[in-house]
Design a protein around this ligand. Structure first.
Ligand SMILES: Nc1ncnc2c1ncn2[C@@H]1O[C@H](COP(=O)(O)OP(=O)(O)OP(=O)(O)O)[C@@H](O)[C@H]1O
Ligand SMILES: [Mg+2]
Length: 405
């Protein structure tokens, strides 16, 4: 769930102040401009549709289990610290066990594993994000969206219950070190990019018409086979209305991923999500965080730093100057084990997604098609038995000027 706050009243469109610096990997928030007034979200009234968007379904009403706090206490063994899976802006996420059919509390090792997100009373998030998650995610079903199983709102405690995603977040796999986080192979990165793109394309489809607004590596959760699912709909918006190009809203999101037009004006386009996708694609290629204050100042913004390396990428065979430039940018944890032509194409696609003008960014349907093409290129090479990988980069432009975290 997006954990940075700022606001811009619907009527007023103000330039946001520069976000205050925070430690690397944390989100930055823009100061509130309307005294913290709660934005009135328009919750969508969809008809129930089945089909469109590659296996996605939009339900007319959410079908969710309503849990009592006592049940969730039992599910998570009293919210024991040992059960904590992670923590974000909304609060802690606990592991628990529930009966597969009824979702009643189950013994450890019995039933299914679930993830329970519990609001931290000190969080700036709260009812609105919880409500949004229930209203949006509770009515959507798609192979690349995490399943919301139920919720609890009792005694000022707000909780959400999700299917458990055994491999955790993409953020952990890309940026954390340790035995649990083996480097992701090229094929896995591409699989994650394709799946996450499909999820976003479904949200943008005429059936759903949702702007997700919080596309980032920590919101992409991974199944046991690294299939990705988008989570956290606390910032999702319905729209734009027919005939409108954008929704005007308070400025909120995660620094490093938010599209420039949105940060500057509060105008949120469907294509603002495409920008966020471009940032994550760049993170997948480079293994570097979108924004990192531990890097030298000119490299703190991954997009600004990488842009010259990916501009023009994709031309030629991959062994020319574009290929060499890109090789220096690629994640050293790939150890050169990636098909250079495919990487160049992916970099070019990221560059298009990151265009300053939202209108010139591709749609998510285009992005899915392009990524599927890239995936099939690599598959065709493998089936012909061709090894198509570059040697590890001789010299990374990042390392040469400042030391990788
Ligand atoms: N369904 C789930 N299954 C398994 N682990 C999960 C699940 N949901 C969340 N987690 C774990 O909990 C961590 C925190 O998730 P959460 O969405 O609350 O915060 P975040 O995405 O890191 O930050 P933000 O508040 O900005 O969204 C995740 O990084 C992940 O490791
Ligand atoms: Mg999240």
């Amino acid at each position: 769930m997006g954990n940075c706050f700022g606001s811009c009243p619907e009527e007023k469109e103000k330039q946001p102040q520069s976000p205050a610096p925070k430690p690397a990997g944390k989100e930055l928030s823009w100061p509130k401009e309307n005294g913290g007034g709660v934005e009135q979200e328009q919750y969508p009234r969809w008809p129930s549709v089945n089909g469109g968007g590659g296996g996605g379904v939009v339900l007319e009403a959410a079908r969710l289990r309503v849990f009592t706090l006592a049940e969730l206490r039992a599910v998570t063994r009293g919210f024991k610290p040992e059960m904590v899976l992670g923590e974000g802006g909304f609060g802690r996420v606990y592991k628990g066990w529930a009966d597969e059919r009824t979702l009643n509390p189950a013994k450890s090792g019995a039933g299914v594993v679930v993830a329970v997100k519990k609001l931290n009373p000190e969080s700036v998030q709260g009812l609105q994000e919880w409500q949004s998650e229930v209203d949006f995610l509770g009515r959507l079903s798609h192979p690349n969206l995490v399943k919301l199983l139920g919720y609890c709102g009792e005694d000022r405690e707000l909780l959400l219950v999700y299917e458990f995603m055994p491999k955790g977040s993409l953020e952990n796999h890309l940026f954390r070190r340790g035995a649990a986080f083996e480097p992701l192979s090229w094929d896995t990165r591409l699989k994650i990019a394709v799946g996450a793109a499909r999820g976003l394309a479904f949200l943008h489809s005429p059936d759903a018409q949702i702007i997700y607004r919080d596309f980032k590596a920590s919101n992409i959760l991974l199944d046991s086979d690294f299939s990705p699912k988008l989570s956290d709909f606390g910032l999702a918006k319905h729209g734009p209305a027919a005939g409108k190009s954008h929704v005007t809203t308070r400025i909120i999101g995660t620094y490093g991923y938010a599209a420039p037009e949105y940060v500057a004006t509060g105008h949120l386009y469907v294509k603002s999500d495409v920008y966020g996708f471009g940032v994550v694609l760049l993170e997948l290629l480079t293994g570097l965080r979108a924004h990192d204050l531990n890097r030298p100042s000119h490299q703190q913004s991954l997009v600004d730093w990488a842009r010259p390396y990916i501009a023009g990428a994709g031309a030629g065979s991959g062994s020319g100057s574009s290929g060499r430039k890109l090789a220096g940018l690629m994640d050293a944890r790939l150890a050169g084990q990636y098909p250079p032509k495919a990487a160049l194409r992916a970099a070019r696609l990221a560059h298009r997604c990151l265009c300053g003008d939202p209108k010139t960014r591709p749609s998510m349907d285009d992005v899915v098609a392009k990524l599927e093409e890239i995936e099939s290129m690599a598959a065709a090479k493998t089936s012909r038995g061709t090894r198509d990988s570059l040697p590890p980069p001789r010299r990374s432009p990042y390392r040469s000027s400042g030391g990788k975290p």
